[in-house]
Ligand binder design. Structure first.
Ligand SMILES: [Zn+2]
Length: 260
């Protein structure tokens, strides 16, 4: 007897109409109980309402049976007679199952892909910029208490931003790997990345805003970068809400990310 997973693969290729017909006709002598359970699961995945099933009577004595009965309570005969036909998979060619239209890295997922590469590029840019500030002496200049533009804590704020960006870039690269491998783990890790990105933007803003800057012109420059950071908070929070919801609701996501 096939394992449940094999059964699922076997019935997954059938169209929704075919599955609905088997479900409604409820021929328990031909199809065993596991088949009905699998069909129920597949139809639920396709967000399809289950119609009521026809009643089923014992083929030997005609007694009306419970849906999950394996033996007739009256004559003791097994309900499933093992006659279920071996179904050949549909011949590919002109025939394309309806469900396959909602599978693969297309549709709204294209925006997700573009967004992911965008996020990684922004993080890589932040990393390079911060490394440059450390390398060209800017950080030591701002960190020198005797300097006119001394900002206490500046090098820590920059280090926080640098480490955060590196972690987000690594997570982003892993999420891209899960995406192109159509891995089952993708939606979960993608949502984690969205939330981490939003949390990082908020923390970065708070840290930058809490720096004490006495030099007037430097203060102005920092206030400009703060207003940019507050825009990036809104972008990442709204993005997390929209795309987080999409990951959990989308039929395409459900049908596409199935690899272990
Ligand atoms: Zn019977």
């Amino acid at each position: 007897m096939e394992a449940i997973a094999d059964l699922k693969t076997k019935y997954q290729v059938k169209t929704t109409d075919e599955l609905l017909t088997i479900w409604k006709t409820n021929d328990r002598a031909t199809y065993r109980n596991e088949v009905f359970n699998v069909i129920k699961e597949i139809l639920a995945d396709r967000a399809c309402d289950l119609p009521p099933q026809d009643s089923f009577c014992c083929k030997a004595c005609g007694t009306l049976l419970e849906h999950d009965a394996t033996f007739c309570g009256s004559c003791g005969k097994a309900v499933w007679d093992g006659s279920e036909k071996i179904e050949e998979p549909p011949v590919l060619g002109n025939y394309i199952p309806v469900e396959s239209k909602l599978k693969g890295l297309g549709g709204w997922l294209v925006l997700v892909i573009i967004g992911l590469f965008g996020t990684c590029l922004i993080q890589a840019y932040t990393i390079l910029t911060n490394i440059k500030l450390f390398g060209n002496g800017t950080v030591s200049f701002f960190s020198d208490p005797s300097s006119a533009i001394y900002i206490p804590g500046y090098s820590w704020a920059l280090k926080f931003e640098l480490i955060g960006s590196i972690l987000l870039l690594l997570l982003g690269a892993y999420v891209i790997y899960l995406l192109f491998g159509t891995k089952r783990k993708f939606p979960q890790y993608y949502v984690t990345l969205l939330i981490a990105g939003a949390a990082f933007a908020i923390m970065d803003y708070i840290i930058t805003a809490s720096l004490t800057i006495s030099h007037e012109e430097t203060k102005k420059a920092f206030q400009e970068s703060l207003s940019e950071e507050s825009r990036s908070i809104w972008r990442s929070v709204i993005g997390a809400l929209i795309w987080g919801t999409y990951m959990y609701k989308s039929k395409r996501v459900k049908a596409t990310f199935i690899e272990d």
